[in-house]
Structure formats: structure tokens, C-alpha cells
Ligand binder design. Structure first.
Ligand code: ATP
Length: 448
């Protein structure tokens, strides 16, 4: 077992690893970059897709009464009037009269807020004004007021406006949920901390429709389920906490709200919100569209507007969470150290690296055959370049949980070396047991 010296990850270390190993690149980098926009590289897109699949299975596959949709990003402009976003979805902004920097007033330190001084240069701040976070654009070729559309600031509204469609086509009865993953856009002013807060991001949301009298019960239920989900995703429990919204933090639609927070390198911040949105959204859409969005309980004859418990997680923010949580630097012996991403095997961009010990004497061909076999079950990576130790380190850095090495003995007795990322333990097993051993180990995986 390696002698471990663990260090707390810094944002600089993460950003540098993400660039170096193809997780995340600055958008439009060759033009100097676009502030707060990021691109996901070959490793990043696999990680993001795996997290999305993990969420989708956890939220739809594991429940008979949750179904999915994929709504359009552009919606009828009335949606955002009904939802309250046109009126309420804004941040209070202040500008520095001297250096012209712009800040969210609610993010300023107490001292700067009360003395109205710029935290950067000490200059005087302007009065605060409300700044709507929705991006707007024009549909079609004519720029006139009637053609204004918004890029959705949350995916939830696509679910509410389809409530009746889903109800009628899926034969669901209350309580039931609708899940969706997709892009959302907010014209955020303070976008720092890498991919934590960006103007374009992805959300994974589930809206659960219930009888109004059962809101406490379902709220507690979803809080608990969502906490468990993060443990299953491999996040360390001591890095998670709940934060209940005080009266001044509650969104315009919410009766009760808890954030699940993660301890990022820059502090405890929201990762997901669990909200009791009451009947606010369906009631407003009923009023604004003139359509009856009530639910009829056939057993009791009662007609009512359902309450909604929402679980709203950021996908891109989960990528940052998983990266922060998985990153470790450890000393293996006096001479050597390694950087390792301890991803849960289910979400690792590559599940198994396959290496011939040397290229010659047919070992490369044999290793390629084994890799082809494993490809139908796992995401694989073949590497024949450099010393074997270096190849292991490269896989550690992208979080590959298993590596298979083919050597001369493989030719004789059809066995290989299987190496585990976290413990660096190596075992000798027959080729036809590789897939089974990996599956078993993944199932039993516990973060160390
Ligand atoms: P914040 O207070 O951080 O602005 P919020 O309370 O407005 O967030 P919600 O509207 O509850 O956030 O959105 C649900 C989830 O969507 C958040 O928990 C977060 O994971 C994600 N999210 C929201 N805004 C952004 C953003 N600008 N960039 C990345 N993810 C975001």
C-alpha cells in the first residue's frame, strides 16, 4: 500500500489538469478566449455524458413513476411572463464609478455594501439596479418586439407546459415525475471559478407532481434521495451539507428550499436545489394560457392543481464537483508521486486501459485483440508507448480505474495483469475473467 500524502486540491491545479488531459478548454481559445465559456474535450465530454447517464438512470430507470422529456430551448415568450422570470429573475448590480467593474450587490462583503466602496479599487459604487438574467434574441428575420424570444434560464418550464401532454400519453397518476436534462442560459455577471458559474450550462431537473396535502412528505423524501445519489456517485459525505434557504433567499416560486452544497476549493457552494414550488407554476400557466391544467383524481373525483417538488442539479457544476472530489496528489515512495482522479468507475471517461508490456513478439497484436473484446462492454484505451509505469500514471491522471497489461506469460498461459487505480494492487487473472472481475469490482466500489 502506498504511503499517502494527500493535499487539498486548488483551482489552479484542477484547471491545469483539465487543460493538460483534455477535460475542459477555454472557449475560442485561439482568439484569446471568451470569458466564462468553456468547451469539453475528449475526456470531459465522456465524463459529462457518464454523469448525465448516471443521473438519468437514477431518476428515471429506478422509478416506474418518473418519465423523461426533451423540450426545446426556445419557448413561447408568454412562458416567461407566466413563470415570473420576466418580472423577477434579476440580480441587483452595482458599478464602480472609478474602475468600471461590475458586481452583484448581494455578493459584496458587508463592509463594501454598507460603505458603497469598490472591493477592487476602493472607488465609489453606483446605486444598485435590477438586471434581468435572461438572454433574449429575435425569432425569424425581423427585429420587432413581437418576435422576442428568450434562451431558457431553467429547463423546468419545458416540463410544466408539457404536464398535460405527458399525463395524457404516459398513463401516469399522481404522484409522478418528469425528468429532463438540457442547456440553460443566464447572463451571469460574476462568472469566476472555472465551470462553476457560466452563462451557458446544463441542468438535470426532475419535477415531481403531488397532491398539495403531501408536500412535506415528498419534500423530505426527495431531499433524502438526492443526498444518497451523491454518495452513490462517489462523492465523499464529509464534503456535502444541506443549507436551508432563509426567507430572503427563497425564489419567487418557492415555499421551502434546501441546497445540497459541496465544499469546493473556494468554499461551500450550491450544487443542487430541492424546492417546494407549490402549485405556482402550473397555476400561472393555467392563468396565462387559459388552459385547464388541473388534475382529476379518478378515484376520489377531486380536481386540483398539483404541487411540485423539484430537484434541480447542475450537470456542468457536477462535473466540477466530481473533479474536485476525485483529485488527489500522493507520494508513492521517496522518489515518485502521482496525480490521481478517483472517479467512481461508472463515470470514469475510460474504464480500462490496455497495454502490451512491449510492442514486439506479437504482444501488441495480442493486446489489441483483448482491447477489441473489452470494447463492447467498457470504454477502453489502448496505449503501447513508453515505460509501463508512465502509462499507468497517464491513466491515473484521467481517472481510469483498471489497467490490463499483456506480457510474455500471457502468450503461454493466457493470463494478464489487472491493476487497480486506487490501491495500485496488481493481480494475475485469465483473459476470460477480465470483464467479470471489472464488473464485480465496479459494483463493490467504495471511495477510499
Ligand atoms: P446561484 O444562487 O448559484 O445563482 P441558483 O440558486 O440560482 O444558483 P437554481 O436556479 O436553483 O440556482 O439552479 C439549479 C442548479 O443549476 C444549481 O444548483 C446549479 O447546480 C445549476 N446552476 C445554476 N446557475 C448556474 C450557472 N450559472 N452555471 C452553472 N450551473 C448553474
Amino acid at each position: 500500500m502506498a504511503e499517502e500524502v494527500k493535499t487539498q486540491v486548488t483551482m489552479d491545479q484542477l484547471v491545469s489538469l483539465c487543460k493538460r488531459r483534455g477535460f475542459v478548454f477555454q472557449s475560442s481559445e485561439i482568439y484569446g478566449g471568451l470569458s466564462s465559456a468553456w468547451d469539453y474535450g475528449p475526456m470531459g465530454v465522456e465524463l459529462k455524458n457518464n454523469i448525465k447517464d448516471f443521473w438519468w438512470k437514477a431518476m428515471t430507470g429506478m422509478y416506474d413513476n418518473i418519465v423523461g422529456i426533451d423540450a426545446a430551448i426556445l419557448m413561447h415568450p408568454k412562458v416567461w411572463e407566466a413563470s415570473g422570470h420576466v418580472e423577477n429573475f434579476s440580480d441587483p448590480l452595482v458599478d464602480c464609478k472609478q474602475c468600471k467593474l461590475r458586481f452583484r450587490e448581494d455578493n459584496l462583503e458587508e463592509e463594501n455594501r454598507t460603505s458603497r466602496t469598490c472591493p477592487d479599487c476602493g472607488g465609489e459604487l453606483t446605486e444598485s439596479r435590477q438586471f434581468n438574467l435572461m438572454f433574449s434574441t429575435h425569432l425569424g428575420s425581423v427585429e420587432e418586439t413581437g418576435s422576442i424570444v428568450y434562451l431558457r434560464p431553467e429547463t423546468a418550464q419545458g416540463i410544466y407546459v408539457n404536464f398535460k401532454n405527458v399525463l395524457q400519453t404516459s398513463r401516469q397518476k399522481i404522484p409522478f415525475g418528469i425528468a429532463q436534462v438540457g442547456k440553460a442560459f443566464r447572463n451571469e455577471i460574476t462568472t469566476k471559478n472555472f465551470i462553476f458559474r457560466t452563462c451557458e450550462f446544463e441542468q438535470m431537473e426532475m419535477q415531481f407532481f403531488i397532491h398539495p396535502s403531501e408536500d412535506r412528505k415528498w419534500f423530505e423524501y426527495w431531499k433524502e434521495q438526492r443526498w444518497e445519489y451523491y454518495l452513490e456517485l462517489g462523492i465523499r459525505e464529509n464534503k456535502l451539507q444541506f443549507h436551508q434557504h432563509g426567507p430572503d433567499e427563497l425564489a419567487h416560486y418557492a415555499k421551502d428550499a434546501y441546497d445540497i452544497q459541496y465544499e469546493f476549493p473556494f468554499g461551500w457552494k450550491e450544487l443542487e436545489g430541492v424546492h417546494n414550488r407549490t402549485d405556482y407554476d402550473l397555476r400561472r400557466h393555467g392563468e396565462f394560457s387559459g388552459k385547464d391544467l388541473k388534475y382529476l383524481d379518478e378515484a376520489t373525483g377531486e380536481r386540483f392543481i398539483p404541487y411540485v417538488i423539484e430537484t434541480s442539479a447542475g450537470l456542468t457544476r457536477t462535473v466540477l464537483t466530481v473533479l474536485s472530489d476525485a483529485y488527489e496528489e500522493e507520494q508513492i515512495d521517496e522518489k515518485e508521486g502521482r496525480t490521481v482522479l478517483r472517479f467512481h468507475p461508472d463515470i470514469a471517461p475510460v474504464t480500462v486501459g490496455v497495454f502490451p508490456l512491449v510492442k514486439k513478439d506479437g504482444l501488441a497484436e495480442l493486446a489489441q485483440d483483448i482491447e477489441k473484446e473489452l470494447r463492447s462492454d467498457f470504454s477502453t484505451f489502448y496505449d503501447q508507448g513508453g515505460a509501463i509505469g508512465r502509462r499507468y500514471r497517464r491513466q491515473d491522471e484521467i481517472g481510469t480505474p483498471y489497467c490490463v497489461t499483456i506480457d510474455y506469460q500471457t502468450k503461454e498461459d493466457k493470463t494478464v495483469t489487472l491493476r487497480f487505480r486506487d490501491s495500485m494492487e496488481q493481480i494475475r487473472i485469465p483473459i476470460d475473467e477480465i470483464a467479470g472481475t471489472i464488473r464485480k469490482s465496479t459494483k463493490a466500489y467504495r471511495r477510499v
